[in-house]
Design a protein around this ligand. Structure first.
Ligand SMILES: Nc1ncnc2c1ncn2[C@@H]1O[C@H](COP(=O)(O)OP(=O)(O)OP(=O)(O)O)[C@@H](O)[C@H]1O
Ligand SMILES: [Mg+2]
Length: 456
């Protein structure tokens, strides 16, 4: 906090002078006012942390001033100075939100220490508020944008899980669907928020290193272990461990993870003692774990242990109605970040964005908006600002010809039907969804003899 500012309000010059003199010596910035009107005006200019307020003023009483000050800024501290020990005035002042009162004649030492204590309180209160705002806010539930039924379900579940004592959560979903974000939301909306959130990507490290990162090691456990080291699980005690890409862990490590999930205990690498911790484990993967189990790459018992509370983050293409929300959310964000004034996205461009498949999900959408905002000269983003989506539908890497082959005609027919259904049989929109023009879609409607009644 900068140098605190104290406003001294009294009509007697001698009192103003002695208080100002003393408080200046204490290192405060001191302002003065002689009347009630003066005091209110000075406070309205802002920047006042504390007011020493005389009860009797030539143009009114201190209580009136106190009320106005508190209305404008409840954080300003007020100490009321009363000429005679008027209990009523003091009681009333405290009721109106005064920090304290002092009787005249006062002792300058007492006033100085009262002021110091009061300012310490505001400093702490402000710091706490800033801390809360900077820590918890970015990962509150509102940070998850989306009002589609699918996302509403996910959000409700995240909130329930955060508030519950559940010790394991499994987040699944394609890349870029928000697993990382969901894990942080769970942690920071829970009563573990004040404790560490430790995050590790299981595929990023070789097995032995990962093990010592997670569980720590004793001195001499291996060649480089010159010192004992605490692992992630110990550091996170009371908080949350987020194991990202759990599907990539090897069986040996999976067994140790199972143990910690079941008994809450583990051993440091090279250690004999069991260490007990209280952590919530959130695991995430974009693999199909059931499939991994079937192929013998993931322990079945660990899968069942993790799968007690599964939360599936839906791909963006399955919740088209969230796309405008997300686009506008990112336009707002990048306006602030890039100091731009883009007003939004044209209707045409938005329809294209909604029709696009988004194989990279929200991450890809965010990048597309970022790129558009950086390059555009327009104040409303147009189709041309989104080269990804404007060239027609780009199929994701996920499309692969099955070993047994497919029936291309049937696939085409199915896609056309889907596009028509999704657009409510609006041929222009259906055409946009398929990256063709209206004539081409009409041709296919005839070719496949599609009718709204039967297929819509
Ligand atoms: N519902 C949402 N609302 C707003 N932003 C979101 C949402 N979901 C994801 N994001 C943002 O999209 C980006 C990608 O999300 P995140 O990193 O959480 O995905 P992920 O599922 O962990 O992906 P990966 O599997 O590739 O690790 C991040 O910038 C994240 O903040
Ligand atoms: Mg991730």
């Amino acid at each position: 906090m900068q140098i605190p500012t104290v406003l001294v309000v009294d009509d007697e010059q001698l009192i103003r002078w002695s208080l100002s003199d003393r408080l200046t010596q204490e290192g405060y910035r001191v302002l003065q006012a002689e009347t009630a009107a003066d005091a209110v005006a000075r406070h309205e200019e802002g920047g006042v942390d504390l007011v020493l307020l005389d009860y009797r003023l030539p143009d009114g009483d201190g209580l009136g001033v106190l009320k106005k000050i508190k209305e404008r800024d409840p954080d300003t501290l007020v100490i009321l100075l009363t000429a005679y020990s008027s209990v009523d005035a003091a009681v009333e002042a405290m009721k109106q939100g005064a920090y304290h009162y002092a009787n005249k004649p006062f002792n300058l030492d007492d006033i100085a220490s009262l002021v110091e204590k009061a300012l310490e309180t505001t400093r702490l209160r402000r710091e706490l508020r800033e801390l809360r705002a900077s820590q918890a806010q970015p990962y509150s539930l509102d940070r998850i944008v989306g009002s589609s039924p699918a996302m509403a379900t996910v959000k409700a579940l995240l909130q329930k899980v955060a508030a519950s004592p559940a010790s394991t959560v499994l987040l699944t979903g394609e890349s870029g669907t928000g697993k990382d974000l969901a894990a942080k939301v769970i942690h920071y909306s829970s009563d573990r928020a004040g404790r560490p959130f430790m995050n590790i990507t299981c595929s990023a490290l070789p097995e032995t290193l990962l093990e010592s990162e997670l569980f720590g090691h004793e001195r001499g456990a291996f060649t480089d272990a010159r010192q004992q080291k605490r692992g992630l699980f110990e550091t996170a005690d009371g908080g949350t461990v987020f194991l990202d890409e759990i599907g990539e862990t090897v069986p040996g490590l999976q067994a140790k993870l199972l143990r910690i999930l079941e008994d809450k205990t583990f051993k440091r690498v090279g250690g004999a003692a069991d260490i007990r911790v209280d952590v919530r484990v959130i695991a995430a993967t974009n693999r199909n774990l059931e499939e991994e189990v079937r192929r013998g790459r993931f322990r079945e018992d660990l899968y069942y242990r993790l799968n007690v509370l599964p939360i599936v983050l839906p791909p963006l293409r399955a919740r088209e109605e969230d796309i405008p929300l997300l686009v506008n959310y990112y336009v707002d964000g990048f306006n602030t970040e890039f100091k731009k004034r883009v007003r939004g996205v044209s209707g045409d461009a938005m329809r294209r964005l909604q029709g696009y498949g988004w194989p990279g999900n929200i991450r890809e959408l965010r990048n597309a908006v970022e790129r558009a905002m950086l390059l555009t000269e327009r104040d409303t983003l147009a189709t041309e600002d989104f080269p990804l989506a404007s060239g027609g539908v780009r199929l994701g890497e996920g499309v692969e010809l099955p070993a047994g082959g497919i029936d291309l005609e049937q696939l085409e027919r199915s896609l056309v039907v889907q596009a028509l259904e999704r657009s409510g049989w609006n041929q222009t929109r259906a055409a946009a969804l398929l990256g063709v023009n209206r004539d081409q879609i009409r041709y296919r409607i005839e070719k496949f003899r599609l009718e709204k009644a039967r297929h819509g």
